[in-house]
Design a protein around this ligand. Structure first.
Ligand SMILES: [Cu+2]
Length: 137
């Protein structure tokens, strides 16, 4: 009797672990809803922004361009490094929570023509060069 009970235990532990993993994934996905200043609903205009695949502290482009109006930034982080996504300048200061590997989308409504910066503001990342220009025409 006792032995039978012990055999079931690993299965229970496995199910508990799986359950916790599902909960953890759900939490991570929730962060895609955006951060301060971003809205969750994607719009037609997409700008792809990619963090360095090797985990270097930079975006893969030094300059990004968009047309004035609503913009969805599709932010890819192929590296295991954690980053965040910030659009600042020209009266805008929108920031996301930190994220690990994966793709996040962040939308800004009514972006005016002008010059902005796309930055990762995790400690030391901007200083190391994780800052790019965003030109909105
Ligand atoms: Cu970063």
């Amino acid at each position: 009797m006792v032995r039978k009970g012990l055999r079931v235990l690993p299965i229970v532990a496995l199910l508990l672990t799986l359950g916790l993993a599902v909960v953890a994934c759900g939490t991570a996905r929730g962060s895609q809803a955006g951060g301060g200043g971003f809205v969750a609903e994607p719009v037609e205009q997409r700008v792809e922004v990619v963090a360095d695949p090797k985990g270097l502290l930079r975006w893969t482009q030094q300059q990004y361009e968009a047309t004035a109006g609503d913009v969805t930034f599709v932010v890819q982080n192929p590296s295991p490094s954690r980053h965040n996504f910030v659009v600042e300048g020209n009266g805008v200061n929108a920031y996301s929570p930190a994220f690990g590997t994966g793709t996040q989308t962040y939308t800004l409504k009514g972006l005016a023509p002008g010059q902005y910066q796309i930055v990762c503001t995790l400690p030391g990342h901007r200083e190391s060069g994780m800052v790019a220009k965003l030109i909105v025409k």
